[in-house]
Design a protein around this ligand. Structure first.
Ligand code: URA
Length: 423
């Protein structure tokens, strides 16, 4: 087979065959299809799209490029969640131990933040001693002893996606629903879970800015999961405004611990409980302990402590705090009617919470604290935001981004927390 034939077939709007897809993904992973050829094929997919059969086969080819974890021997059913990423999205932290406390095993492979969205591993690494790397054997052992593990994907999981994602990132070919869906699902299927709940974010702080494209991404991923024998559902959830009241690594861990202690912001609690119920339903465990009870009765917290300790972390240690803080005051008295997720995420990034390049380090204490959420009253001269950073030269650049991030009064435009359910 020749790469040029596969590229021109897609360029001209044709449907690729199973053999073409398997060959091109495999040959690319082995270095036999050149980077420029795969870039051309990716761009043809951006323009021409893929059928359900093509996207399912593309996912299978990427999945088969590496190892697939196997947790079928566990006594508990496995279930997992994947979020497409947002601002203040610390939900994995309270959710994973809560679902484990309700009887499922949760093998959660997570990522690091890039750009304005945070990453679960960066957040957890602000817990002193905690480490993200587990071998498949350590992961299995932890699922038996603690019921859950949050860790980094090893290099053997979907290596084709690892190589292709790096190429898409520099060739303007990330923004393709079939390529995004296949990329996410190849990694999730490689993780070996038997059921999966997708949290597809919609709004300014999300990959998908409008509900129609978020719905299309969710439907594509649910179809891929179903084609591969994994019970898959999706929730479309709001990312027009940040989740919770803290954005930044250690700041978000502290908020997650509040939720695990039975408190915390309403939206974080509500989304944790909604997603936990979906995961338990998908795992065939609804009707047992309710996640809201597990948060109230301390069992979710116990599960969190076991999980953190199993990965070398000290759940009682003080979290890192940034060297400097500065308040931004409200210019008027009124009601906060809009708080833009993207701007808050970008400000946190400018304060040092995120990275510009993969190899950069993040500042664990950096980020933004929100003193009001949309719908709440604010008073002139009182703090609207507190900025946290280790480098005071960053304050002005973050404040500049936040200047237009909010509105006081006027019509309230807010998405419902759960916009839709699919699957
Ligand atoms: N996240 C992924 O894992 N892959 C994509 O293509 C986009 C977001």
């Amino acid at each position: 087979m020749e790469a040029i034939d596969v590229i021109t077939a897609k360029r001209d709007g044709g449907e690729l065959t199973r053999d073409q897809i398997r060959w091109v993904v495999d040959a690319y992973t082995r270095g036999e299809v050149a980077e420029e050829q795969m870039a051309a094929l990716s761009m043809a997919v951006v323009w021409r799209g893929m059928t359900r059969a093509e996207v399912s086969e593309w996912t299978r080819a990427m999945l088969d490029s590496g190892q697939r974890l196997d947790f079928t021997g566990l006594a508990r059913p496995t279930t997992d969640k994947h979020s497409t990423g947002g601002v203040g999205d610390k939900i994995t932290l309270p959710l994973t131990p809560t679902v484990a406390a309700c009887g499922a095993a949760v093998p959660q492979l997570s990522g690091r933040g890039l750009g304005h969205t945070g990453g679960t591993l960066d957040k957890l690494e602000s817990v002193p001693g905690w480490r993200a790397d587990l071998t498949p054997e350590q992961m299995l052992e932890q699922l038996v002893t603690a019921g859950c593990a949050v860790c980094a994907a090893g290099p053997d999981l979907a290596p084709a996606d690892r190589k292709l994602y790096a190429l898409r990132d520099v060739t303007g070919t990330v923004e393709s629903i079939p390529l995004i869906a296949a990329s996410i699902m190849s990694k999730k299927l490689a993780e070996g879970t038997s059921s999966l709940v997708l949290d597809v974010k919609v709004g300014s702080g999300a990959f998908m800015k409008d509900a129609a494209s978020a719905r299309e991404l969710a439907e594509t991923m649910v179809a891929i999961g179903t084609d591969h024998g994994v019970r898959t559902r999706a929730l479309l959830t709001a990312m027009d405004t940040p989740l919770g009241r803290r954005v930044g690594n250690a700041l978000e861990v502290a908020e997650a611990v509040e939720v695990l202690s039975g408190g915390g912001p309403d939206d974080v609690v509500e989304l944790t409980v909604e997603l936990a119920r979906e995961m338990l339903r998908a795992a065939g465990l609804s009707g047992g302990t309710d996640p809201a009870d597990a948060l109230r009765d301390g069992s979710a917290m116990e599960s969190w402590r076991r999980m953190v300790a199993a990965q070398g972390g000290d759940p009682d240690a003080a979290l890192p705090v940034a060297a400097e803080q500065r308040d931004i005051l409200s210019p008027a008295t009124g009601t906060l009617t809009r708080l833009d997720a993207y701007a808050v995420g970008f400000a946190a990034w400018r304060l040092g919470a995120g990275r510009a390049r993969k190899e950069d380090a993040v500042s664990p204490g950096a980020g933004v604290e929100l003193h009001a959420k949309p719908g709440e009253p604010v008073r002139a001269g009182r703090p609207l935001f507190t900025l946290h950073t280790d480098d005071p030269a960053r304050f002005d650049r973050a404040a500049e981004v936040l200047a237009d991030s909010f509105s006081l009064d006027g019509p309230e435009r807010r998405l419902p927390l759960v916009v839709d359910r699919i699957g």
